[in-house]
Design a protein around this ligand. Structure first.
Ligand SMILES: Cc1ncc(COP(=O)(O)O)c(C=O)c1O
Length: 299
């Protein structure tokens, strides 16, 4: 897709078999996704006309669907086709692509969740970075929220589900307190993840990241691969806020912009220049991987 083909018209969504302009697309107010947060979604990004790790995102989507006992009428290949077609119709070479499956519309107030037809949606928007350019260079200020994340014995954080109230609460808490983002701890005080990204720290030349109680971020996996290519050891381990306070480098990562350096955590400044050398190296390798078209699906 070339520059000249970029979209200027109204965005199109895929909803239950139809491609519709956003002003005409409708989901019922009785949809369980809306009423209960009863649904699964995933977000993948396109950059310079190439979608990164689409199959991995779909694997995660299908794992969550199965775990949530949802049904989709579309096979994995059908989802790929529909996603590609929606991106093509929107003519966005750099895009944030959200695909959503909800339980659907019940036939009564107390409906049997096994007997509802699901709602399937693909929404393509211009690519967004989680932080503006200055913060991507200088680093963000991260707080540690008083809100604890879900644990695997409640709502396993590996569900990429529509119920995101906890993420919104910690984001609001962070913004109200003048921070850029917040992370939460699990119920035992171990570091989990930020509102919409995973977290890494660097200590004495090695990378550390939590292993459990988190969404298995696709970018997290990519960061680990970049670290391995750079010869940097990466250790999945329980971490506490003390580990973050005393780290040499800290960064978050997500589909919305890859690696994002952190310059301050809960009032403790990172003592060395931000971004640090390992953060910069991993970030560079991440974008090189994408530019080279590795793990990419051409739109
Ligand atoms: C809670 C949470 N953790 C981590 C991530 C990062 O996941 P990914 O790298 O797959 O975008 C997200 C992304 O939205 C998220 O919501």
């Amino acid at each position: 897709m070339g520059e000249s083909e970029k979209s200027t018209s109204e965005p199109l969504l895929y909803v239950d078999g139809e491609y519709l302009p956003i002003s005409k697309a409708r989901v019922s107010p009785l949809d369980q996704g809306f009423l209960l947060g009863d649904g699964i979604f995933d977000v993948v990004s396109a950059w310079k006309g190439k979608i990164f790790k689409l199959e991995e995102h779909l694997d995660r989507f299908f794992d969550s669907i199965r775990a949530a006992r949802l049904e989709t009428r579309l096979s994995k290949n059908d989802w790929i086709e529909v996603i590609l077609e929606t991106v093509r119709r929107n003519k966005l070479p750099d895009a944030s692509i959200r695909f959503i499956l909800t339980r659907g519309v019940p036939d009564g107030v107390v409906a049997d969740p096994r007997k509802i037809t699901p709602t399937e949606i693909v929404w393509v928007a211009p690519y967004v970075f989680l932080a503006d350019e200055q913060k991507r260079i200088e680093g963000i200020r991260l707080m540690i929220s008083a809100t604890r994340g879900f644990t695997p014995d409640t709502l396993d954080p590996r569900f990429k589900c529509l119920d995101r109230l906890n993420s919104q609460l910690i984001r609001l808490e962070a913004l109200e307190a003048g921070y850029d983002d917040a992370l939460w701890l699990d119920s035992h005080g171990y570091v989990s993840e930020a509102a919409a990204s995973n977290i890494f720290l660097v200590k004495k030349g090695a990378l550390y990241t939590p292993q459990t109680g988190i969404l298995m971020g696709i970018t997290r996996g990519t960061v680990m691969e970049c670290a391995s290519r750079a010869g940097v050891e990466c250790i999945e381990s329980p971490l506490t806020s003390f580990d973050l306070y005393s780290a040499d480098e800290v960064f978050t990562c997500s589909t919305a912009g890859g690696v994002l350096p952190v310059k301050e955590i809960a009032g403790r400044k990172i003592p060395q220049p931000v971004p640090g050398p390992i953060t910069s190296k991993v970030d560079k390798l991440y974008w090189e991987m994408r530019d080279a078209g590795e793990y990419c699906t051409i739109i």
